[in-house]
Design a protein around this ligand. Structure first.
Ligand code: NOJ
Ligand code: NOJ
Length: 441
């Protein structure tokens, strides 16, 4: 199986970097295979999701609640219903139940990291990380639908603690984080629906109200002066991010989906995406070559983590694929909406791709310009995928990072999350392409 894939992909990658050679279905299948390889490691308890097989430099041979939950969610939403998915979800849920139980007596439910046999990681670490229980309970409800004691434990923990500062998803900063809050809002809202379906109306309204409270708190992350959504506000402790930029803001909306107030086409989100691109384009030398490809994207511009030590930050596969997913999902969203609305900020964003756009309240699907714009958004998304593929290498083994100076892979090898990000990006762009092919006049 593996040898076959290899031959297949070698052919694809030998194509020139200037042409978009990726076959989305094959890329998706390969990313799933790589995830299954990590899940199938014979030395781990069934259901454990190792972040990477790397045991030293760096030590990533652990189960992180966040990586695991996001991977499961991505398999469900973007993986297609491949054989074996049901069993994978079942195994993961059994492992998480053990992990949750173990963390109740040590560390608490915000414990981010577990040994591969389910014991709580007992070394010093950034705790608590309160996106974990949110991502876990949401993915679980998505997989199984019915709320039970396991979900209830996570939700009650979140209800008691969401307003408190915690450690961010990058495990570096203590504060209130957009990504973490967004994941919590999403967990409460998903739970509210699940309890309602289960005829538990009181629980449903309790969590619906909590979701609304969390959502209101998200307004504090908008920096109206700089037109940005900030990654962290209040009670700040840890390295600072003067640029106010972090891919986690965009990932939150992508991973957990839109709400009434938040979506990819919301002006502050658009402007954050544009500023991310500018900042990273100038940051990494590799972005000077092949300017037709989207620029390689890191976590945040001030990052110094090199994947093992702290010699300097690099682009990450999950960020670069994430940007690809951003543009393609945005394109599809606009098509489904049947039009696009402009204000001063969003018009500037769209003009980066289509300078000829006139000042107007927006475009509708009856206008040719609308389709040109959507197509450009989709192409932009593909250009980021192309960048990630180019540095990912012909064998498609995605590590955590790739070197901003020479483009070679760095950090933990075969990072599970990188494959989840790849499959999401390919699926989103493929889906946008199919939509375009069907509806474009
Ligand atoms: C390992 C963490 O997982 C990573 O996100 C972080 O940048 C470094 N430690 C430094 O804290
Ligand atoms: C470091 C990342 O910053 C963090 O988000 C992730 O959970 C761990 N590595 C494991 O992949």
């Amino acid at each position: 199986m593996k040898a076959q894939y290899f031959a297949l992909f070698l052919g694809l990658v030998l194509a020139t970097p200037g042409s978009f050679a990726a076959e989305p279905q094959q890329e998706i299948a390969l990313s799933i295979t790589r995830i299954l390889d990590n899940l199938g490691d014979p030395q781990v308890s069934r259901g454990a999701v190792i972040a990477s097989p790397s045991k030293t430099y760096p030590e990533y041979y652990f189960h992180w609640t966040r990586d695991a939950g996001l991977t499961m969610a991505s398999l469900m939403s973007h993986g297609g219903n491949f054989p074996g998915l049901g069993q994978i979800l079942k195994n993961w849920s059994v492992f998480e139940k053990l992990a949750q139980k173990n963390s109740m007596t040590a560390g608490g439910l915000g414990e981010p990291k577990f040994f591969v046999d389910g014991r709580v990681f007992d070394g010093p670490w950034g705790r608590p990380q309160n996106d974990g229980p949110a991502i876990r309970s949401w993915a679980y409800l998505r997989a199984f639908g019915t709320p039970d004691e396991f979900v209830h434990n996570d939700l009650e923990y979140l209800r008691a603690h969401w307003q408190e500062p915690s450690i961010d998803l990058w495990e570096e900063v203590r504060g209130n984080h957009f990504f973490t809050r967004y994941s919590q809002m999403n967990a409460f809202r998903t739970a509210a629906w699940a309890y309602l379906k289960n005829n538990q109306r009181d629980q449903a309204s309790l969590y619906a109200a909590e979701a609304d409270k969390v959502e209101s708190s998200l307004a504090a992350f908008i920096d109206t002066g700089r037109m940005l959504v900030l990654p962290t506000v209040g009670n700040y402790q840890g390295l600072s991010k003067p640029a106010g930029l972090d891919i986690s803001v965009l990932l939150a909306v992508l991973y957990f989906g839109p709400t009434q107030r938040w979506s990819l086409s919301q002006s502050y989100i658009l402007s954050t995406a544009a500023r991310m691109e500018e900042a990273f384009r100038n940051l990494y030398p590799i972005n000077k070559s092949f300017p037709d490809m989207g620029p390689a994207i890191g976590r945040y511009p001030e990052d110094v983590y090199d994947g093992v030590g702290f010699s300097g930050g690099n682009p990450w596969f999950l960020s670069t694929f994430g940007m690809g997913e951003f543009y393609c999902t945005l394109a599809e969203g606009l098509m489904k909406q049947g039009g696009v609305r402009f204000d001063r900020v969003s018009l500037n964003f769209y003009r980066r791709l289509m300078p000829s756009l006139q000042n107007s309240p927006g475009l509708q699907q009856s206008q040719q310009e609308f389709w040109t714009l959507v197509q450009k958004l989709r192409e932009k998304g593909q250009s980021y995928i192309q960048r990630a593929l180019f540095h990912g290498g012909a064998d498609r083994h995605y590590s955590e990072q790739f070197d901003g100076g020479n483009g070679y892979r760095r950090g933990a090898r075969d990072l599970t999350w990188s494959y989840a990000a790849s499959l999401r990006a390919h699926r989103s762009c493929d889906s946008a392409s199919q939509f375009l092919a069907r509806f474009k006049k």
